[in-house]
Design a binder for this molecule. Structure first.
Ligand SMILES: Cc1cc2nc3c(=O)[nH]c(=O)nc-3n(C[C@H](O)[C@H](O)[C@H](O)COP(=O)(O)O)c2cc1C
Length: 145
């Protein structure tokens, strides 16, 4: 039997001095590593915060999240979602990526609230905000792989 598919989402705060060069390096190495490990997902960077979704075989996802948690390039990792999934939501992206400028004029109505909602202590609010972000990301990002 093949291993169950897992999806984990976390938010974190970038360590100081996380610039365009650092992001480009991070994405390049992450995409290559994720492709090799059968992982997919997305990474959003807005202001000083990361939001990442990682999906793939459960043991692989857990191992990577543990490693990412120890990465000194960010801190305060908070797991927002940890769930089994039937099928991938980001199958076309080894690590889809968007920088969201503040203020984000191109963002859809309510988007700003969605991102802020991720910090909610109410799990229902967080889950809804993440669903909206997922739909938004998939519609917007036409640069898979
Ligand atoms: C915000 C953030 C997201 C990351 N995402 C990934 C990822 O999707 N895939 C990956 O292999 N490494 C990712 N990394 C890098 C890992 O933390 C780690 O540096 C990398 O897996 C190499 O680990 P190693 O030096 O122990 O081999 C991420 C790091 C940060 C700070």
């Amino acid at each position: 039997m093949t291993e169950a598919l897992r999806s984990m989402t976390y938010s974190s705060t970038a360590a100081s001095a996380f610039g365009a060069k650092e992001l480009a390096d991070l994405l390049a190495s992450s995409r290559a590593a994720n492709l090799a490990r059968d992982l997919s997902g997305m990474l959003l960077f807005r202001g000083n915060r990361f939001l990442q979704v990682l999906e793939g075989p459960e043991s692989v996802v857990r191992e990577l999240v543990d490693r990412i948690r120890r990465d000194p390039r960010h801190r305060d990792m908070r797991i927002l979602v940890d769930e089994e999934i039937e099928e991938r939501r980001f199958a076309d992206w080894t690590m889809g990526y968007e920088v969201l400028n503040v203020p984000q004029k191109a963002a859809p109505e309510g988007f700003r609230d969605s991102f802020d909602d991720l910090d909610s202590d109410d799990d229902t609010v967080t889950a809804r905000a993440l669903r909206e972000l997922t739909v938004w990301f998939r519609a917007r990002s036409s640069n898979p792989r």
